[in-house]
Design a protein around this ligand. Structure first.
Ligand code: ADP
Length: 442
């Protein structure tokens, strides 16, 4: 500051000194005239720099900052430093903003900022997707005009800005997204603003619906045999002198129903163990020739020789996998083939190689399946013909078990079938699961 005044006063002091000199040598008028001219010149120089500063302030860019001498040099260099600092801060803020935008874009939830009259001040890409918004077009638009579903409008109007977010989230199916389920929550913050958080809970809802269906299905499956058994028990109680034949018949039917429940519980346990077992699979090299021969024998006794059963083993590769689980999957497929093939039909069990892959297949000449049912066969309790499944002792869980075992062995279950002609169920294993004897050679 001091140097500023010093630098400003030095030229004036020189002019004044020179004017005094002129006064002493010549006259006061000449000295005054000189003084006047000199001051006018100083003023003109300052006015020029002021003009340049004014011009520059119209468009203050660092590259166009004027160069000047004298005291203006100090002013302009300070301005230069100020603009440079300002630009730097601007760049830092822009980078920060970009970071925040990237972070909010990566959020697994939709986020929108609503002001006190429900206008959208900002939203992240997921919120745009959930509510079909356009961040530019819909900026500062009232959200209740853009999303007009009554339950949503009511929810937005009911939770007032400034109140704490005690309300339960709204679960809504957006009209513009088929099948999507959103959970929406409003969180007040700042001065009368609200954060609207939306979460896609479609998958969760589906799992919850599956769980509800499953519980309902199990109860239903157990209730039918229980009702039958109960009916017979009551009959037996009400009629103590029932003939021996009738009593034997009733006990036989009760035993059938109990067996049905036993099968169901056994399958449920198998399924639950498969689903909950997160431990690594205990694997061994399974000799498929031996295993399939055992299963073939089991099939013969299950069919009671009423089908023509064949076993083909074009491959001698051993399969790396869990013997018990594989046996359970193969037996399930074979038992289905027997149960859904009328007497006299043919069933072929086969272990073969298809390129790099290994394929276990069961082909039958049975009742077959219409194409619309095929994608749903592995759902729990899905049956094409309920009564046929029950009459043959089915639980509706066999293929669900097979699918789980396939997944645990990274295998694929392929189903090809034609109603009235027969079906082929194949488990396709990756070639990596092949275990030839040479693998063991040292
Ligand atoms: P289920 O105990 O009812 O047999 P699964 O899960 O094993 O249950 O099979 C589901 C449904 O798939 C069966 O109810 C049946 O309608 C159909 N299905 C399975 N295997 C065959 C097959 N080999 N031939 C015709 N239909 C089959």
């Amino acid at each position: 500051m001091q140097s500023f005044w010093l630098r400003l006063s030095i030229p004036i002091a020189f002019v004044a000194l020179f004017a005094l000199l002129l006064w002493g040598i010549f006259s006061a008028t000449l000295a005054l005239l000189f003084m006047l001219l000199a001051l006018l010149l100083v003023m003109a120089l300052h006015a020029r720099q002021l003009y340049r500063l004014g011009q520059w302030l119209h468009d203050p860019r660092i590259e166009t900052i004027p160069e000047a001498g004298g005291i203006w040099d100090e002013v302009f260099s300070r301005l230069y430093r100020m603009v440079k600092r300002h630009n730097q801060t601007k760049q830092e803020l822009a980078a920060e903003l970009q970071h925040i935008e990237q972070a909010t874009a990566a959020l697994p939830e939709g986020v929108a900022i609503l002001n006190e009259v429900n206008r959208i001040e900002w939203c992240n890409p997921l919120a745009q997707q959930h509510f079909d918004l356009d961040s530019k077009r819909d900026f500062m638009q009232d959200i209740t005009y853009l999303v007009r579903q009554p339950e949503f409008v009511e929810y937005i109007h009911e939770s007032h800005p400034g109140e704490s977010s005690s309300s339960e989230p709204l679960v809504m199916r957006p009209a513009r997204h088929d099948g999507m389920v959103l959970s929406i929550k409003l969180i007040p913050y700042g001065e009368n603003k609200r954060l609207m958080i939306s979460r896609d809970i479609t998958q969760l809802e589906r799992i919850e619906a599956m769980r509800r269906d499953f519980v309902a299905n199990v109860s239903h499956e157990l209730r039918t045999p229980l009702t039958v058994v109960n009916g017979y028990v009551e009959n037996l109680q009400d009629m103590p002198d029932l003939g021996q034949d009738s009593a034997r018949r009733a006990l036989q039917l009760m035993a059938e129903q109990t067996r049905r429940m036993e099968n169901l519980v056994a399958d449920l346990l198998t399924l639950s163990n498969l689903e909950n077992d997160l431990s690594p699979l205990l694997e061994e090299a399974v000799d498929m020739g031996v295993l399939l021969n055992e299963i073939y024998q089991e099939g013969q006794s299950l069919s009671g020789k009423s089908h023509s059963l064949r076993l083909e083993l074009p491959s001698d590769a051993k399969l790396l996998g869990n013997r018990e689980e594989l046996r359970s999957a193969f037996v399930n497929l074979l038992s289905n083939a027997i149960r859904y093939t009328p007497e006299g039909g043919t069933i072929l069990l086969r272990w073969a190689e298809r390129g790099e892959q290994l394929v276990f297949s069961v082909q039958d000449s049975g009742i077959g399946i219409s194409p619309q049912h095929i994608p749903r066969l592995t759902e729990r309790f899905y049956r094409v013909d309920r009564s046929r499944s029950r009459d043959t002792g089915g639980t509706g869980l066999g293929l669900a078990i097979v699918k789980h075992i396939a997944i645990r062995h990274q295998a694929k279950l392929e189903i090809s079938s034609e109603a009235g002609k027969g079906s082929t169920f194949a488990l396709v294993f990756s070639g990596k699961r092949a275990h030839t004897d040479t693998t063991l050679a040292p």
